[in-house]
Design a protein around this ligand. Structure first.
Ligand SMILES: NC(=O)c1ccc[n+]([C@@H]2O[C@H](COP(=O)([O-])OP(=O)(O)OC[C@H]3O[C@@H](n4cnc5c(N)ncnc54)[C@H](OP(=O)(O)O)[C@@H]3O)[C@@H](O)[C@H]2O)c1
Length: 316
């Protein structure tokens, strides 16, 4: 087995999670994540972040199964995250959808299952249809969805549960409910142009581990995509700091996240970048450089899900 270079963080329930993972949302482009995940496994990634809606669970599982067949990887070496989509919040759908992700990933448990967004919509079409076409609002209370998520832990289908894209008020309401298990992990967008300090502070005091998504600011702008990348990698301040440490801008941005104390899931389908992004545990930034990068914040959000801004539970 290849030893992973990535340190772990301990969740409140005693489970360990590698601080760096491989983000497997490929903007619905097919057949790239399979090879990319093979590379990721070879260079030491053990934590993989996917979701039902990403359509990459099967590709990830192909790469994982191959490494297992080669005898160089065991299921217990991995930390697999998937997410419950917005059209599946009804409590009676939760176990069925979790089992669908388990089947796609060819595993009998998930290390982490997240409620992907706090709002529910009606939909029965293909994966991601409700991202392209606005669907009617549904009125499922996420507390009821959470109760069904707790059942997954009890049944052993999932080790930890958490939420993504909830705002502080929504998190507070969830934490105030009569819970059997509180959220172990919270997914949020964080990068130097969107530092998200208030939410990070809140999660820290609530002992909820944060996973930063779009940690590189989503890459470079792409007019064909509704996502609004921050174009961070060409920032002059970041490039100057990177030169000082003899690292790339991407490595410095990721290390800034590690030094600020949360977990990160950068995505790349480019082998050299996949490798580069994990080579961030042989240096750290000094406090002044962490501060300088933090001061670049301009509230630039890449992921807004604009179609649903009028939903009562829209979080931003
Ligand atoms: N929970 C949620 O709601 C949520 C929402 C969004 C995303 N996520 C998760 O977060 C992950 C990452 O988000 P993201 O893909 O939007 O953004 P990202 O990781 O910030 O950026 C990805 C982009 O940066 C490029 N890149 C990666 N490494 C690079 C490097 N070393 N040098 C230069 N460019 C580099 C990639 O290009 P190439 O691929 O072409 O190399 C890609 O275009 C997703 O895959 C997903 O797992 C979660």
């Amino acid at each position: 087995m290849t030893a992973s270079k990535v340190p772990n963080v301990r969740l409140y329930n005693g489970i360990y999670m590698p601080v760096l993972g491989y983000g497997a949302f490929n903007k619905f482009k097919e057949n790239e994540v399979r090879d990319a995940a093979r590379v990721a496994l070879e260079v030491g990634y053990r934590h993989f972040d996917t979701a039902w809606v990403y359509q990459t669970e099967e590709e990830l599982s192909d790469a994982i199964t191959q490494r297992m067949k080669d005898g160089v990887l065991k299921r217990s070496d991995l930390f697999l995250t998937s997410k419950l989509w917005n059209i599946h919040h009804r409590p009676e759908s939760v176990e069925r959808m979790c089992r669908e992700s388990l089947k796609s990933l060819k595993t009998d448990y998930l290390d982490l299952y997240l409620i992907h967004w706090p709002f529910s919509v009606k939909g029965s079409g293909g994966k991601g249809d409700d991202l392209r076409t606005k669907m009617p609002h549904d009125d499922v209370d996420f507390i009821d969805t959470w109760k069904a998520m707790e059942e997954l832990v009890i049944k052993g289908l999932v080790k930890s549960i958490g939420v993504s894209n909830f705002n502080i008020q929504q998190l507070k309401r969830l934490l105030a409910a009569d819970l059997r298990y509180k959220p172990a992990v919270k997914g949020i967008e964080v990068h130097p142009y969107y530092t998200n300090n208030e939410l990070l502070d809140y999660c820290k005091q609530a002992n909820i581990v944060v996973t930063a998504y779009a940690p590189l600011g989503g890459g470079t702008p792409d007019s064909a995509s509704p996502i609004k990348p921050a174009n961070l990698l060409v920032d002059k301040t970041i490039q100057d700091i990177a030169a000082k440490y003899n690292k790339t801008a991407a490595q410095v941005i990721l290390r800034w996240g590690v030094d600020r104390g949360y977990t990160l899931v950068p995505k790349s389908v480019t082998p050299a970048r996949i490798q580069q992004n994990i080579e961030i545990f042989d240096f750290s930034l000094n406090e002044a450089d962490v501060e300088t990068i933090s001061s670049l914040d301009k509230s630039h959000k890449c992921y807004n899900l604009d179609l649903y801004t009028d939903h009562p539970e829209y979080p931003f």
